[in-house]
Design a protein around this ligand. Structure first.
Ligand SMILES: NC(=O)c1ccc[n+]([C@@H]2O[C@H](COP(=O)([O-])OP(=O)(O)OC[C@H]3O[C@@H](n4cnc5c(N)ncnc54)[C@H](OP(=O)(O)O)[C@@H]3O)[C@@H](O)[C@H]2O)c1
Length: 283
């Protein structure tokens, strides 16, 4: 596994598994156990995924030492605010059954993110969290958060895949030393991305699949990837990307897939904010 070094010196695997939208808790638990056994050490969950208990059980059952795993969870909008964030963090930690969280993220740029960030700074300084960050923040929201707070976000987890490459925000984050982490790297299995002729052809050159080319492209851009890969075959293939390297020309060619648009969500629409802001979970 290769690692990113975050702006506070913490090492983070450059690739890991996401756990959103797994049908049942049992399936989630088995999936996380399979992934750990296959060599994955970065596990991404969120209070909103409502599976923290299952992830926690899988971690316990894995027999892998806690300090060898990198565990991310996220704060949902309904718990934004100083007091609410502290309470939500305690509940997440309890559900996961761990003593600390490696990375705690504000899941969406909506609600009282200032209050939440102040609570997260305190939890970070108390050693309850090894790094704090955000998700789905645009560059301007990130700049605003950094301007008025002591602790700089270590990470911004955003949508990145060949059809939505996030080049400008990635460049900005590199300039201000905030790590880019990608979700939806396979476009959620949508848009026939993994059947794209050019990606498939490029993969064949290296005896790899389109998915492996995408993960290699992410790795060479030093972007942390989290993906869902419930199937064992996918889990094994996705970690097998260290024995080939895309050329500079191929990296440049990848740029023409970019549509510069999300295929999932438009954060600029009031309806999006309204919909997300009204989404509540039993957490
Ligand atoms: N921060 C946020 O707001 C946010 C939003 C969305 C997602 N996320 C995180 O990102 C994670 C991944 O997102 P996602 O599940 O939406 O999208 P994704 O990882 O882009 O796509 C998952 C799909 O790709 C398939 N797949 C995986 N490896 C493959 C391979 N080698 N060949 C062919 N198909 C392959 C999976 O199939 P199988 O499962 O059948 O193997 C699944 O259908 C989530 O679980 C979550 O942790 C975060």
């Amino acid at each position: 596994m290769e690692y990113a070094v975050l702006n506070n010196g913490l090492k983070m695997p450059l690739m890991g598994i996401g756990t959103a939208q797994i049908d049942t808790a049992d399936q989630c638990e088995q999936y996380v156990q399979r992934a750990i056994a296959a060599g994955y050490r970065l596990i991404d969950t969120a209070a909103a995924y409502q599976n923290e208990e299952a992830v926690g059980r899988a971690i316990k059952a894995s027999g892998i030492q806690r300090n060898e795993l990198f565990l991310t969870t996220k704060l949902w909008i309904q718990d934004s605010g100083y007091k609410e964030t502290k309470q939500a963090f305690d509940r997440s930690k309890k559900r996961l059954g761990v003593d600390y969280i490696d990375l705690y993220l504000i899941h969406q740029p909506i609600g009282d993110i200032y209050g939440s960030w102040r609570a997260m700074e305190e939890l970070y300084e108390a050693g309850e969290i090894k790094a704090i960050g955000v998700s789905n923040f645009s560059s301007d929201r990130l700049a605003d958060l950094m301007l008025f707070h002591k602790v700089k976000p270590a990470i911004n987890q955003i949508e990145v895949h060949p059809y939505c490459q996030a080049n400008e925000i990635h460049q900005y984050m590199q300039a201000v030393n905030v790590q880019t982490e990608a979700w939806g790297v396979f476009a959620g299995g949508k848009s026939c991305l993994l059947k794209n002729d050019e990606l498939v052809r490029l993969g064949k050159k290296y005896k790899k699949t389109a998915a492996q080319v995408i993960l290699r492209w992410m790795l060479q851009r030093r972007i942390v990837s989290v993906f869902k890969a419930v199937s064992m075959e996918h889990l094994k293939k996705n970690i097998d990307i260290l024995d080939f390297e895309l050329t500079d020309k191929e990296l440049l060619q990848m740029m023409h897939f970019d549509t510069r648009q999300s295929i999932f969500i438009n954060y600029n629409l009031p309806e999006t904010v309204q919909r997300l802001g009204m989404t509540r979970f039993a957490i």
